[in-house]
Design a protein around this ligand. Structure first.
Ligand code: 4AZ
Length: 226
């Protein structure tokens, strides 16, 4: 997270961290179900859930099985979403999924990822949060140049000198409510060209687009966990 603030209280109990081969975020959506970005599939064999004071914090739970979106395309970050089933239930609140595409307003993104906008990779020792604004997809697409494409399964958000970055991938973009129970998941950190570059928003997997796939996949495969 670039230019964020340290999270000082357990405001995001559903935040799930993969801290192993690489660093990724995730988010608890049921007692033993975690959503993340498909490109985080091999980041770790376990999640630490509810961590905020340091990455070793939180409830450690092993991953039992995974379902990557069938149309995930690593080269374009299309359908960059994965469902993890955990080995045991986690006794922490989970987040509700945003079924409607909200096209305005401010969002919050959280993570332990890179805090340095420049070349250095400086992972955070504490959970960081930053507030971003919704960015229209056409404008976002222009900001990313010719090669990259922002499609309907993606959502963009940006702030002046503020962004998610490497290591935040898979973590939640949140529409904040009065408390954790009222929060809504609107996106998952997916990709971007650099971090916090002027006119280049961060790109997120858009939860409203995947809502039906998530609900059906959970019902078909993890009915007991829904
Ligand atoms: C990454 O490489 C990455 N600024 C994550 C988020 C963003 C860019 C890159 C968004 O994991």
């Amino acid at each position: 997270i670039i230019n964020g603030k340290e999270v000082l209280v357990p405001r995001y109990p559903y935040f799930s961290l993969m801290y192993g081969r690489s660093l990724c975020g995730g988010v608890l959506i049921g007692p033993r179900l975690v959503l993340s970005a498909a490109h985080c599939e091999d980041a770790s064999t376990q999640f630490r859930i509810g961590a905020f004071e340091n990455p070793n914090d939180g409830e450690k739970v092993n991953i039992r099985s995974t379902i990557v979106h069938p149309d995930y395309d690593v080269s374009r970050f299309d359908n960059d979403i994965i469902i993890f089933q955990l080995e045991t239930d986690v006794n922490l609140p989970y987040i509700q999924l945003g079924s409607d595409y909200v096209r305005d307003g401010s969002y919050t993104v959280i993570g332990f990822g890179d805090t340095d906008k420049g070349q250095d990779l400086v992972l955070s020792s504490t959970l960081q949060e930053v507030e971003l604004e919704y960015v229209d997809s056409d404008k976002c697409d222009d900001g990313h140049g010719d090669r990259d494409e922002v499609k309907e399964d993606m959502l963009c958000a940006a702030g002046k000198n503020k962004d998610s970055c490497i290591g935040d991938s898979g973590g939640p973009l949140i529409k904040k409510g009065a408390n954790s129970y009222d929060d809504t998941l609107v996106g998952l950190v997916s990709w971007g060209r650099g971090c916090a570059e002027d006119g280049v928003p961060g790109v997120y997997s858009r939860i409203s687009y995947f809502y039906d796939w998530i609900v059906e996949t959970v019902c078909d495969n993890y009915a007991d966990d829904a």
